[in-house]
Design a protein around this ligand. Structure first.
Ligand code: SF4
Ligand code: SF4
Length: 77
């Protein structure tokens, strides 16, 4: 979609967003990522973090930054 003087506006749902992906072989199950998440979209499930509410993720990267095992990668989805 374009508006005004050829300025292109990208619809929000077309943008790639980054979400956390857990590297299961590195994760120790400490739960720090779940504790630090400001929107509570992460949860522990069978000793591994999962993302049961992905729409609440704001891609802040705090979970990846706090992980002592470097077990979270932010990936574009
Ligand atoms: S990137 Fe931020 S909002 Fe998304 S799961 Fe990690 S801590 Fe939560
Ligand atoms: S902070 Fe890292 S090691 Fe701890 S539960 Fe989360 S992903 Fe696993």
């Amino acid at each position: 979609m374009t508006t005004g003087k050829n300025r292109r506006v990208v619809e929000t749902h077309w943008r790639g967003v980054e979400m956390p992906a857990v590297l299961e072989t590195r994760c120790t199950g400490c739960g720090w990522c779940v504790e630090v998440c400001p929107t509570q979209c992460l949860a522990m499930e069978a000793h591994l973090p999962s993302l049961p509410r992905p729409l609440d993720c704001v891609s802040c990267t705090l979970c990846a930054l706090i992980c002592p095992a470097n077990a979270i990668e932010m990936r574009v989805v």
